[in-house]
Design a protein around this ligand. Structure first.
Ligand code: FAD
Ligand code: PHB
Length: 385
């Protein structure tokens, strides 16, 4: 039984199906809403491989945009981090909602039981061998319940005695989707005295961009003109960068938070993705972590059903957390380096500038950024040495 049809829940259902393990997916929202939700855009090298392994990569491989590097921009100058040279790996820019569409299509094609608009899911008997989920007047027994219901879901509340680690940031991201060709071939992460700006994309004709705004900001205070003007100011370079504008298709504000709840399991309940942990989006890690969790879970559950092993399920939290904490640190580091801190002082500002100077001047530091950004290997005990 899987609660939540985000990337984590849907992908797990697909990976289990490929091993002959069937599941039911229960989703609170309707299908159109889930397929239209604009969120992540950057896939780690291994995430793209996992989607290929799941058999849902045809459109990603045709329409996704492989990027061999990214730009760090500060003090009106551009600095490229070359992933391909530093790590031999790349990322793929492909929208999360496209992955969700591809997964839903694949699941329905295989005759899967995926139910939308189920708004009264409740979990029972999680510490027994036959946990139950009730929803829509029905009671369904399962071997395992997977909580893939995102940060605002219900599954995390069933952890008996969780440890919670949390940091909120005094700023948010205002995100836009614009009908305009990208103004750069690669992503641009920009630090500016007015705040962070990010230039990303979804296709050769659609640009995705973000602006750091105060945590309490009201989207109503940001007219389209104000957004373009602020993006132009922050992204300006001494060599004359030009931003291509276009009509806005989407506009929203996202709070920034780091959050980890552990253990990620309770009896027969296993929690994955945003339900267990959140990172600020600056490192582009959230969906990638959700996918790494369910890749691990699919192997643990495969071991349980195919080889009668329960050690992999038992070790799930410990195995997953190593990657979770690495990504949590990387996301915090990218965030503090690239944002202006409204509560900070001149000292923290100089530290951020020193980090940017170092990361763009030192091959060792640039390699560290590149290997975290393109994604660390999945294997237990990974090491780059
Ligand atoms: P979700 O996508 O949140 O899915 C959970 C699902 O569970 C939802 O469909 C929800 O409706 C459903 N649900 C909730 N409660 C219940 C319930 N009680 N019963 C049934 N269903 C329920 N990550 C990256 O890796 N790269 C990026 O570039 C990136 N950029 C981002 C930009 C923005 C603006 C935002 C907001 C996020 C970004 N992220 C990024 C993070 C990424 O979107 C999330 O980490 C990802 O969606 C997590 O997937 P999930 O399946 O765990 O959770
Ligand atoms: C995006 O394209 O939505 C995106 C890209 C990089 C990030 C966050 C979001 O770090």
């Amino acid at each position: 039984m899987i609660v939540g049809a985000g990337p984590a829940g849907l992908l797990l259902s697909q990976l289990l199906h490929l091993q002959g393990i069937e599941s039911v997916v229960l989703e609170r929202c309707d299908r159109a809403y889930v397929e239209a939700r604009v969120r992540a855009g950057v896939l780690e090298h291994g995430t793209a491989e996992t989607l290929r392994e799941a058999g849902i990569s045809t459109r990603m491989d045709a329409e996704g945009m492989p990027h061999d590097g990214t730009e760090l921009r500060f003090a009106r100058a551009r600095h490229r981090i070359d992933f391909a040279t530093l790590t031999g790996r790349h990322i793929v820019v492909y929208g999360q909602q496209e992955i969700v569409k591809d997964l839903i299509a694949a699941r329905f094609h295989a005759g899967a039981d995926v139910r939308f608009e189920v708004d009264d899911v409740a979990l029972h008997d999680l510490d027994s061998d036959r946990p139950r989920v009730t929803a829509g007047g029905e009671s369904i027994e399962a071997d395992f319940v997977i909580g893939a219901d995102g940060f605002h879901g219900i599954s995390r509340d069933h952890l008996a005695d969780p440890s919670v680690y949390e940091r909120t940031y005094p700023f948010a991201w205002l995100g836009i989707l614009a009908e305009a060709p990208p103004s750069s071939r690669e992503l641009i992460y920009c630090r500016h005295e007015n705040g962070f700006a990010l230039h990303s994309m979804r296709s050769p004709s659609i640009t995705r961009m973000y602006l750091q705004v105060p945590a309490t900001e009201d989207i109503g205070d940001w007219s389209d003109d104000r957004i373009w003007s602020e993006l132009t100011t922050r992204l300006a370079t001494d060599d004359g960068f030009e931003l291509t504008e276009g009509p806005l298709l989407d506009k929203s504000i996202t709070p920034m938070r780091s959050f980890v709840a552990t253990p990620m399991q309770q009896g027969r309940l296993l929690i994955a993705g945003d339900a267990a942990h959140i990172v600020p989006p600056t490192g582009a890690k959230g969906m990638n972590l959700a996918i790494a969790d369910v890749r691990l879970l699919s192997r643990a559950l495969g071991g349980y059903y195919q080889d009668g092993r329960d050690d992999l399920v038992a070790a799930y939290t410990e195995t997953a957390l190593r990657r979770v904490w690495r990504a949590t640190h990387f996301s915090w580091w990218m965030t503090t380096m690239l944002h202006t801190d409204p509560d900070g002082d001149a000292f923290s500002e100089q530290l951020a500038n020193a980090q940017l100077d170092y990361v763009t001047a030192s091959t060792a530091m640039a390699t560290s950024l590149a290997e975290n950004y393109t994604g660390l290997p999945y294997e237990q005990g990974w090491s780059y040495r």
